[in-house]
Design a protein. Structure first.
Length: 95
């Protein structure tokens, strides 16, 4: 399952990041230029607890207004855009 896949990815030296509404870091404060495996949860349920705990970092996308989160595809698209932005500019921390 996914927890086993995360363990395998980590053994290969790749960071793992769960996209989670309760995440402790925003994507632009994490270096996404390094190899990273991004885990996106299901809509409504999010990332399963065990998967979330096994990831190295939990990233959150800030939301404004009356919504509490994005749907999974919109959240993944926003995060992948940030990956490309950082890789083109050379780093995180609001590069």
């Amino acid at each position: 399952g996914i927890p086993s896949a995360i363990a395998e990815v980590k053994r290969a030296g790749i960071w793992t990041a769960a996209l989670d509404v309760r995440g402790d870091m925003s994507p632009w404060d994490f270096d996404l230029t390094q190899p990273v495996c991004i885990v996106v949860g299901s809509e409504g349920e999010g990332v399963h607890r065990l998967v979330r705990e096994r990831c190295d970092v939990r990233l959150r996308l800030p939301v404004a207004g009356h919504i509490s989160s994005f749907n999974a595809s919109a959240a993944a698209a926003a995060l992948l855009y940030e990956v490309m932005r950082q890789r083109e500019r050379g780093g995180g921390t609001r590069a």
